[in-house]
Design a protein. Structure first.
Length: 752
């Protein structure tokens, strides 16, 4: 977004122009600035947050304007309302609170306005022909009589439709911005709302503000409630109360719970939204009658009840029912014994199984469903490969899958057999938003093996089990001590806690892994013990696990940059982009993903910036991560690749994922982020040659033992913790992460 220079008029309310010119004071009085923007220093495509320079015609000093300027483009006359502020680093700035755009009235102004490129499809030459044809009525023709545009030489019906569409979009976006300002809503949400509803956004929101709660993730409800209240909706209007309740239940699901406790729901609704108990009760009854929610008594806490969204209740109860049905189907006796297992595995995989491994394998096969869990170095991979090999030797049809693309690729590598994501296994349809494989069209399999099962949430496991034939075997492999799934539920842990499903715990570390400090210390952390460190600030090639003590976040960030750029490539011969992964608990702060990615991109990729989106600069050669499942592109949440090229003429960026190039249009770049540093949650299911993990007390709310354990177990050859011993101690002692509300274990143990 470039904006050209022009005349600018400053209209002061309570101070003189000479004071502003001298730049000697911090001004807080309300002010209006009118004129053209000279250029933009920064523009965020997602939020439309803008930093622009203004050059007043009667002042020598340029003026910096900061704020959300949605729909403001080249050549437009803008009247900006706001206050002067002094930024500690950048000095005096004008903070925009609201703005108005005035369209030019004269022929020359219209010609310049349209010729600036503000409307897609109109350049300087065409703008002149349009103004020659329609004069001062040109903008009125575009707005109200676009069919007349064909009177202009060079404009056909298709071109006229394109111009009218671009005009409508441009002005609808600005109209939405002004509507949100009037309603007292942060204008940073304007772009998201427009993307969801298009030119009819204002009309749709005015008719039903609470539609935003369903369609805009995160802050949608709060925006809707602000607008509704501004439009006169009463505090206990039934529609508002229902929306408040649903918002709180969905918030619980976002936090990993499958239900909300009724008493807690009442308390939060009353305290946060000032709604009486009676109104809440009525709304609960209405939602129950409409079959939107389900309420069940809680045997473990008779003083309250469990309040579910209907879909989550169906997923949890359906999953429990399906598991119980599978467990009830007798297993045909096998004709393979311990000697036969060991012989088959040795013959096919050239692996000599230990007596313990053979014993576990012999016990696995007589069961319909089993869970295998254990930490690093305990033989999960060997058992997984062995199970698959034995089943295939028996002529059984075996399917292998994992929750993410990265985990599926790793599963295929270790088994040397085809593996897929669970979504792909089930045939997810992007257009229908459902699965082709289901209870009525099940998988063609005798055995289904799922790796990284701790990452599977309640809804996905429900769909998976529905598609698995009752006659098939199900093997779930995962480390229950890692972080639970991002989605609602704690499925693997609940299945283990129920006592209904056979579980095989692998605790013995095999000889080849007993020399690994990563493996030894990961098990120590799992038990809450302080790790053993070979060094503090110095690195050598004698260990694979280090702790670098640093209590200053900025210095820790600088040391991480040094490690990635110089020390690890020099000392251990790691590739700084492909081999080293920084994992951090948070996004914000000096050692959060945002700052670390900015720092690392500068020193690891010297290519010039080629495109920007959502405030992120992308360069050819950048390490990037895909942020949400994109089934048509066959790229999944958490996939990491390298930017292969950027074509500004075609407005496309291509990323190489594991040897496959995937193209993104520039308006799809919100699906990507720079990935030199990523969150620990995003690293689940992956392994990296070298891992660096900052641990600072600023991360206090996220310092948990399972978070640290998950980060450490991502490293294959080297793990470095950098931070304070206090932060490390906090994480070790915090073995009670937020309890997830779920009834799966109770349902499986027949307590429900």
């Amino acid at each position: 977004m470039k904006l050209q220079s022009g005349s600018l008029k400053v209209i002061p309310n309570s101070y003189s122009l000479s004071r502003m010119k001298n730049n000697k004071a911090k001004y807080t009085s309300a002010t209006t600035i009118e004129g053209h923007l000279e250029h933009t220093t920064y523009f965020n495509e997602e939020t439309h947050y803008t930093i622009a320079r203004l050059k007043p015609s009667n002042l020598s000093a340029a003026v910096t304007v900061v704020g959300y300027l949605t729909g403001v483009s080249l050549g437009e006359t803008v009247k900006v309302n706001g206050r002067w502020e002094t930024h500690p680093k950048y000095g005096q700035q004008f903070k925009v609170q609201s703005f108005e755009v005035t369209l030019p009235a004269g022929v020359d102004g219209i010609r310049k306005y349209l010729g600036s490129g503000i409307i897609k499809g109109i350049g300087p030459s065409l703008a002149s022909r349009m103004v020659n044809a329609f004069g001062a009525e040109t903008l009125e023709i575009i707005e109200g009589h676009p069919e007349r545009l064909v009177e202009v030489d060079g404009i056909g019906e298709a071109k006229a439709a394109l111009i009218q569409s671009a005009w409508s979009e441009h002005h609808a976006l600005r109209g939405l911005m002004q509507f949100l300002q009037k309603m007292g809503v942060q204008t940073s949400y304007c772009a998201k709302i427009y993307k969801a509803y298009g030119p009819d956004a204002v009309a749709l929101i005015q008719e039903d503000p609470y539609v935003l709660a369903e369609d805009i993730p995160g802050a949608g409800f709060l925006i809707a409630d602000t607008i509704a209240r501004k439009q006169g909706v009463e505090n206990e209007d039934p529609e508002r109360v229902r929306a408040c309740i649903l918002h709180l239940i969905l918030q619980n699901a976002d936090d990993g719970h499958t239900f909300a406790e009724k008493e807690n729901l009442f308390s939060r609704c009353e305290n946060r939204f000032q709604i009486s108990q009676g109104a809440i009760e009525n709304a609960i009854d209405e939602l129950l009658a409409a079959n939107v929610i389900i309420v069940e008594p809680l045997e473990t806490n008779p003083s309250t009840s469990a309040v579910y969204m209907k879909d989550l209740h169906l997923a949890e109860s359906g999953l429990a029912g399906r598991l119980m049905a599978m467990l009830s189907v007798p297993v045909e006796p096998g004709d393979i014994d311990a000697d036969g297992i060991a012989k088959e595995v040795h013959q096919k995989l050239a692996i000599n199984l230990s007596a313990e491994q053979v014993e576990v394998l012999e016990k696995v096969f007589p069961h319909r469903i089993v869970i295998i869990t254990g930490g690093p170095g305990t033989g999960k991979t060997t058992l997984l490969r062995s199970i698959s090999t034995v089943y295939q030797a028996q002529g059984k049809r075996v399917l292998l899958a994992a929750p993410t693309g990265r985990a599926a690729r790793r599963l295929a590598e270790i088994t040397r057999k085809k593996a897929s994501t669970i979504h792909r296994l089930l045939g997810y349809s992007f257009t229908d938003n459902g699965f082709m494989r289901n209870r009525d069209h099940q998988l063609d399999a005798d055995a289904v093996i799922i790796d990284e099962a701790s990452m599977v949430d309640t809804v996905l496991m429900h769909h998976l089990l529905a598609a698995v034939p009752l006659s098939a075997r199900m093997i779930l492999v995962g480390d229950v001590f890692q972080l639970p799934s991002v989605g609602p539920g704690n499925v693997l842990a609940d299945m283990i806690d129920s006592g209904s499903i056979p579980v095989f715990y692998l605790n013995k570390i095999f000889r080849q892994d007993q020399e690994s400090s990563i493996v030894i210390n990961a098990h120590k952390v799992r038990e809450g013990e302080f790790p053993d460190f070979q060094g503090s600030n110095g690195l050598d090639d004698l260990s694979d696990f280090y702790f670098i003590e640093q209590n200053d976040p900025d210095r820790a960030a600088a040391r991480i940059v040094q490690l990635c750029k110089e020390e690890l490539p020099g000392e251990f011969d790691f590739d700084p982009v492909n081999d080293i992964q920084v994992l951090t608990p948070m996004h914000k702060g000096a050692v959060g993903t945002i700052n670390l990615n900015n720092l690392l991109q500068k020193v690891l990729n010297y290519q010039p910036v080629e495109t920007k989106n959502t405030g992120i600069s992308f360069k050819a050669g950048d390490k990037v991560m895909h942020l949400k499942n994109n089934y048509p592109k066959e790229v999944y949440n958490g996939d990491i690749g390298i930017v292969a090229g950027i074509d500004n003429q075609k407005a496309e960026l291509s990323v190489n994922y594991y040897g496959k190039n995937v193209s993104y249009a520039f308006d799809e770049l919100d699906e990507l982020t720079v990935a030199y540093a990523i969150s620990i949650h995003k690293s689940q299911g992956s392994e990296y040659p070298a891992v660096i993990v900052p641990l600072m007390t600023q991360h206090y709310v996220l310092l948990q033992r399972n978070l640290l354990y998950t980060a450490m177990t991502r490293g294959q050859k080297l793990v470095i913790l950098i931070g304070t011993r206090k932060a490390l101690n906090i994480a070790l002692k915090n073995d009670k992460p937020h309890r997830r509300l779920s009834r799966l274990a109770d349902r499986l143990s027949s307590k429900v």
